[in-house]
Design a protein around this ligand. Structure first.
Ligand code: ZN
Length: 125
């Protein structure tokens, strides 16, 4: 499944980041997903639940920012919102329009949980 391999690579990036800061956990992850990125959100959610089990993202808060898709008309230069990449220009009806926004799929921020410096019980005696 396409979504699963994407989620797996996100988990891998998050683990690398956490490791870099000597932590085992990511407390919050924020992603930007374009409406025309080809991601099926239901499949993505399902893959997410499966892939994060036992990983550093297991208890993290996930935020997804959906990015509106926009095309630019190649003849009249109008920029307009689209539902899919084949939408035509609302101004002149041109069918050759370039998607200028909406294919995003990226991690916009990762918050790493503070590493636990010592797990030894404190001795107060
Ligand atoms: Zn146009």
């Amino acid at each position: 499944m396409h979504e699963l391999s994407i989620v797996e690579s996100i988990v891998r990036i998050a683990e690398e980041q956490a490791k870099k800061f000597g932590s085992q956990r990511v407390s919050r992850i924020e992603m930007e997903i374009g409406k025309c990125s080809g991601i099926e959100m239901d499949a993505f959610d399902f893959a997410w639940t499966e892939a994060i089990k036992g990983s550093c993202l297991d208890t993290s808060v996930r935020e997804v920012i959906m990015i509106e898709a926009k095309s630019k008309c190649s003849s009249c230069q109008t920029v307009f919102s689209v539902e899919n990449i084949y939408d035509i220009c609302p101004e002149c009806g041109e069918i050759c329009c370039d998607l200028v926004q909406g294919k995003e799929l990226k991690i916009s921020s990762i918050e790493i949980e503070e590493p636990v410096l010592s797990e030894k019980p404190m001795n107060y005696v």
